[in-house]
Design a protein around this ligand. Sequence first.
Ligand code: SF4
Length: 89
Amino acid sequence: MKWQLLSGCSKEAEGLDIILSCDGASSVGQVGHEVSVKLTKDVEGARMCCITAVGAGSNVHVDIARKSRRLIMINGCPLQCASKIVREG
Ligand code: SF4
């Protein structure tokens, strides 16, 4: 795997299309993570951000989600953990 260096999303993600993937440990969760990485690499103005930080109540990350141009949630399965975190955040 070739790593793409990204600064912390708390510094640079505001005003972009923000991708929040559930990052589940199951295969479907890992597919979602890979899609997030690919979109971050290939799509200008889009980047993944830390869904765990949103879930943990990090004000910086919650603000980024609120100020994003668009918010894109990727869920690995019907439990929709990423969407629930955003809805309840
Ligand atoms: S939506 Fe939730 S349960 Fe389903 S793969 Fe993602 S983290 Fe796991």
